[in-house]
Design a protein around this ligand. Sequence first.
Ligand code: AP5
Length: 251
Amino acid sequence: MALNLVMLGPPGAGKGTQAERFARDHGIPKVSTGDILREAVHSGSELGVAVKELMARGELVGDDLITGIVRERLSRPDAVAGFVLDGFPRTAFQATALDEILAERGPVICVEIQVPDEELVRRVRSRRVCEDCGANADAFEHKLGALPDLCQNTERCRSIGPKWVARSDDSEAVVRERLKIYWRDTKPMIDFYKSRPTFRVIDGLQTPEQVREALVSAVASALGMPASQLRSMVMKKLSGVHVPPRGVRQG
Ligand code: AP5
């Protein structure tokens, strides 16, 4: 059975953190629209040039553009047996398009992580990422001022030196703009998913480990099985599967 998981929630809720862990633990790709766009900006591609300013202001990029990117990414062979989608959909247009893209592809589990706004602002303002590979420094684990000297994510990061930076859209003013857009455009779209039997909500104020466990339970319950059954299904599948290294930008 395909494991199609959509992570929903506001900026800073922990979608990326949990999507990455879930994808790694379950041997499926993490598809993050934010990561794809940031990689494009980083590489200076045509797409990156087109979206750079919009992203820095915290605005959404065009529905058609981002939907085309997701459609292409989910059509690749590695996503056929499942995926974790992070950052998409964000508007009613995108939600409708996703239904169309995923028609005939098995159940789609939607999990919303809920966190109060002030905690979101705190988290996002303290977030640091590796300027080279985009990996999150996990500021909540290392605390600012006590970050490991070098990003440990790739050989290149380990050799070129420390480059922990704030994301260009993580200033307080831009985060508040992103939250405004979230409450205006995305939250009503999430409410639309609530009536579906595979929709679940998680309390994102728990520790990352607790959220991780809650996510596994939520997915298992949406699939109508105990978490232990999901785990053993995954263990069977993972024997022999190559799992990509943690936090590497995916495009
Ligand atoms: P995107 O990258 O998707 O940003 P976002 O949705 O605003 O989410 P964030 O990445 O800020 O937060 P997150 O929920 O992933 O939290 P994280 O795990 O990092 O999008 C960026 C931009 O791209 C958009 O503004 C837009 O311009 C464009 N874009 C992307 N998708 C688009 C689309 N579909 N349509 C149009 N435009 C699109 O965690 C945050 C911090 O908290 C981290 O430091 C983490 O370590 C920490 N943390 C995580 N969990 C916990 C916990 N349980 N307790 C304490 N700290 C925690």
